[in-house]
Design a protein around this ligand. Structure first.
Ligand code: GLN
Length: 257
């Protein structure tokens, strides 16, 4: 019968579709890309900050360029700055890129790649402040705001607070330290120069002192156990520095003055 033939044809076609779907969904992609998880603290413009719910900035783009070169997918996670190194040590993250300064203390905890940028610890004060140089920070009784766990925090703690020459107030974000300066809760903020410029631009009545606190190197942090990834990233960085990619990324966010 015609109807029966048609029905069989339809059923056969349907069966074929089912088989194909089952087959297709079981098929594995030829090459599965490995994902590298990067830890950062996206409160540090222009190195890392939120644009909507996306983390953008110099470090996000440098990391993407490295991952593209090495054939990895990249996932960026936003956490507190002083949780980045413990997270790398504990294996939660593959690397940290957070405008992170290379220091001898941190080098005991993690491995650092070659440096890809320079940072300066700047001092922000209110316009007309009687704090005019870095030395004025330790003249006695000055309250200094910093972002917790940063080199600004470490230097001011060692040089000033531990010697009873002043006090250090620690904030989760640099922007909070700057807000405390605007409202008069602290007298100065010690923070990296590029975020300092952004914060001073966004808040009236503040200025960055001509004298800075320290000049430093930024690098990517990797677990001491993962020398393979350290070498891979260094290899990619070398090429990206040589072909001008890193310079272009930095200049996109920090136009030459
Ligand atoms: N460069 C500073 C440090 O490494 C601050 C980095 C940051 O706040 N993201 O401590």
């Amino acid at each position: 019968m015609k109807m029966a033939k048609k029905l069989i044809a339809i059923l056969l076609a349907a069966a074929l579709v089912v088989v194909c779907f089952a087959g297709c969904s079981n098929a594995k992609p030829q090459e599965e890309k490995k994902t590298l998880v990067m830890a950062t603290n996206a409160e540090f413009p222009p190195y890392e900050y939120f644009e909507g719910d996306k983390i953008v900035g110099i470090d996000a783009e440098v990391a993407q360029a490295i991952c593209d070169k090495l054939g990895y997918d990249l996932k960026i996670e936003h956490i507190e700055f002083d949780s980045i190194i413990p997270g790398i040590k504990g294996g939660k993250f593959d690397f940290g890129a957070a405008g992170m300064t290379v220091t001898p203390e941190r080098e005991k905890e993690v491995s650092f790649t070659d440096s890809y940028a320079t940072g300066i610890q700047s001092i922000i004060v209110k316009e007309g402040s009687d704090i005019k140089t870095a030395d004025d920070l330790s003249k006695g009784g000055v309250k200094i705001g910093v972002q917790k766990g940063t080199t600004g925090d470490l230097y001011c703690t060692w040089d000033i607070e531990d010697k009873n020459l002043g006090t250090v107030e620690r904030f989760a974000k640099g922007a909070d330290a700057v807000m405390a300066l605007t409202s008069g809760k602290v007298d100065a903020v010690v923070i990296d120069n590029e975020p300092a410029k952004v914060f001073v631009k966004n808040n009236e009545g503040l200025q960055i002192l001509e004298t800075s606190y320290a000049v430093e190197d930024y690098a990517i942090a990797v677990s001491k156990e993962n020398t393979e990834l350290l070498n891979e990233i260094n290899g990619a960085l070398k090429e990206l520095i040589a072909d001008g990619t890193i310079k272009n990324i930095i200049e996109k966010y920090i136009p030459a003055e």
